[in-house]
Design a protein around this ligand. Sequence first.
Ligand code: ADP
Ligand code: MG
Length: 681
Amino acid sequence: MVNLKKDVQFIKSVGPNRVALLNKLNIHSVGDLITYFPRDYQDRSKPKNICECIEGQEVLIEAMPIARMSEYRTNRITISKLMLRDETGTCTAIWFNQTYLKNKFEPGKNYRFFGKITNKNGILEMQAPAFDNEGETKNTGKIVPIYPLTRNLSQNVLRGIMQNAMDEVYGNLEETLPQEIINEYNLMELNEAIKKVHFPEELEEFKQARTRLAFEELLIMQLALLELKNKYAVDMEGIEFSKEAKMSDVINILPFKLTKAQLRVLEEIDRDMENKKPMNRLLQGDVGSGKTAVAIIAAYKAVKSGYQAAILAPTAILASQHLESFREMLDKFGIRCELLMSSVTAKKKKEILLKLENGEIDILIGTHAIIEENVVFKNLGLVVTDEQHRFGVKQRTKIVEKGQTPDVLVMSATPIPRTLGLILYGDLDISIIDELPPNRKKVETYAVKKNMEERVNNFIKEQIKDGRQVYIVCPLVEESEEFDLKSVVELAEKYKTETFNEFKVEYLHGKMKNKEKDEIMQRFKNGEIEILISTTVIEVGVNVPNASLMIVENAERFGLAQLHQLRGRVGRGEYKSYCILKYDKASKNTKERMEIMTQTNDGFLIAEKDLQLRGSGDFFGTEQHGIPEFKIANLFEDIEILKMAQELAGRIIHEDPLLELEKNSQLNLKVMNKFGNRIDI
Ligand code: ADP
Ligand code: MG
């Protein structure tokens, strides 16, 4: 059997230079190498007639030289030209500085050439084609893998390395899936699958190989999730919150009537809380669906049962806003809420920590500062994290460990297509608020090109003259943060001193100190600022009912889900609200995306489309959602495989909860390798 952990340097043709290059691609071991999958394939197996060749296509032709190769010398370049013909037409093959080819081709003999066709004034041409003698299949006559590369590593070299690796491992890889599964799902065997995914002879073979590998990858993830869920279910004893602590106490005094969806979700949470098994629940709901109220009511139940609650928010602005909402509803019950953020003074912090440990604070709301080690609760019973995608599971775990298996409620406004949500958050139970409070008006959305700028600016002015407030959001892309920041600041200055100089304009960006940000946000809330220009720091949760207009600059640079989040910042009050998406480059994809935004306000539908248009790689960027990256599976295209894998994982775990049976030993190993003994996604 092959040792997959063996260093890649032991593969034939891999010397120190190539090791360094492979390392750059994150390839360190033989296992890494053979699971470095092609991003695409070139079909060099089916020849075309020359007369069928079209400019821009990559094609294989079978042709013979009409004459010997001719050479031209210009400055430092030698151009070699070979005139070719088949029964249907002629074509010129040319090479640069490849003088060794001079006597390679004999007129009248057949060769095969593969390359990209260009049309030079009616004459077809192929530049530096790959070729084979008749009957040879070194470079043609097959399907060739295309890999993602790095500088100084060519396709040919990597392909060669991969071929050498295959020669070594093929036939010696230990099967990961139990035979009965392979039979049941009619899957390709592992050795075959690895070989055929790199070097398929037919496209059909590639498909089968890919299916097998994607199936395995998704199965491993599902097993890890189920195992984790199982651990919670079996091992842990949580808190049974009191039946006497009635959620209805709060519900009855709210200034509004809860929606049916909110009530349903609360019932689910209530049931979880009264149960001894610790709650691990994801609360999903579109922006503005009223998740905060749900969290407040759950926290009330925890406190009335004699426990403390912690509310974790991703930004200082949101934490402050939560404090306000919590106090507004819970003060009258004598419940004490406090705010802990890195910006509070040392003195105040000391006081809070002391009170927290004594149990003189019932609900602690804050940012990451809550996670710090010196924060000690007297008896933490409920943890709520807001906007889940900003916190990794690691952070969630850290705060959870501050209590004795407290109940956990994870809130997320990022709509994830239903099927995927159920599958991906396999370690959490899910509640969905699929209804907005009544009288919420639809935010009217327009997508406009740059040339509409003046009209947009006039519209902004009108809104402000009517007493409303306006957000202007600019994108900030991480790779060039400095550059973008500069452009945001420049734009803000221009708006401030020229375009909108008659109004009160301020700007906000992530690099500012929290205190500064809070101050500006607070002034915007109070109506002292009329136009707030910002990067996406206002993206989540902020509530300013008087704001009626959201302008998004360079909207093409945002994902749809993110645009939807931004749009959710307006339309929170009684005023008719608008969202204007300004875009620059009108590719087909951009147009399509803008159209979706103008047509629907349904976050789940938008998520579905987003996933479809961007592919799961972007949508489930590890950073955004904490979902593991897949080497081969694609969460959108492979939804059917995912469903099968999920169903199978359920059966396996049911039969063998800890994957201890001999037949599952390889699967167990894979789960451990990928996720450790505790999943960390
Ligand atoms: P999100 O789900 O985005 O966190 P919030 O909890 O911030 O939404 O709620 C948005 C606004 O709607 C808040 O001002 C809140 O007080 C209000 N709200 C919540 N539930 C209802 C309801 N059932 N009826 C009317 N207004 C509600
Ligand atoms: Mg919220």
